[in-house]
Write a protein that binds this ligand. Sequence first.
Ligand code: KG4
Length: 353
Amino acid sequence: MPMKILGLESSCDETAAAIVENGRKVLSNAIYSQIEKHRPYGGVVPEIASRNHVEKLPGIIEEALKDAGETYDSIDAIAVTYGPGLASSLLIGFSAAKTLAHRLNKPLIGVNHHEGHLHSVFMKEDAPAEKDVYPMLGLLVSGGDSSLVLMHGTGKYELLGSTIDDAAGEALDKAAAVLKLGYPGGPIIQKTAEGGNPKAIRFPRGLDGIDRGKWIYKYDRDLCFSFSGLKTSLLTYVKKMDHEPVGDELRDIAASYQEAVADALTIRVKRALERFPVKSFSCSGGVSMNKILREKLTNLSEVTGIPLLLCPPSLCTDNAAMIAGAAYEKVRMGKVDKEPIDVNPNLKLADWD
Ligand code: KG4
């Protein structure tokens, strides 16, 4: 019997519900993006986010059920993001999921938002079986996180490195703000960069060139990211100009900045691939939408001969399908732990056993 899971996601500014069959087949993927509500502030305002989740979530759940041709009775379980994320936002999806699970007498599966992103690369028709790809190196790049994760198997994680300051998406969002291009920055920087020269300005790639020791906490410095210097370097560059950049000048700045972000990520992936004998590597999260990053990683895959799994574009930014998908894996592996009793805004990736 196929298992259909209703997933809910509300960790930041997307209100989402989806129904997924057997962890991979997306029957529906309803998303309400609050971007317009946060745009005037140049970033996510937690209070506005949680209030919008309250308003939109019931309708989004109905939409997910309708699109999939399912009912509350026909779904087998409910999955929900319980961290990491904004506490006030997480609580809305979590309370809804908990109420539904109890009212319908169906299991509630708590999912780590990052696990959802990591699982998303398997949610397409031609994705390989999980047994064929592990150990796998995962590059997780979103608005709130940038990490390199070594996955020894389903639900077996080893964090190799992480950003020590801003996330890659945050770096792009901040750059767009500096250049007065709007929010969110990733897609706008990509669009502005079209036709620009990526070699026009040499922005820093983070943590390179200054030897301050091999370790950052317990992580290898070579596998960690830093984007705060890049952002400062853009700010300094723009301040030194005696006018606001437009036209070719603006295109060159955007292209060079995007290149620096994509390079910083690809360099660390390459190093990790050289050190750890993996069967494949993957890229997921909102920044994995980026065309230049996808090109660089595809090229790395061709050069190394190591297969690359890229997140399908429809599942790169926050969505509930990836949550329902990861929840199914927990069920399949018999790793559904006790029903989570609360949200955890600082939830870390942890092994399932
Ligand atoms: O995964 P996501 O929805 O949020 C978190 O879970 O944090 O990712 C959002 C991030 C934003 O920072 C946005 O600027 C970035 O993904 N993003 C992109 C692109 N589309 C979205 N970054 C680069 N290129 C894109 N095309």
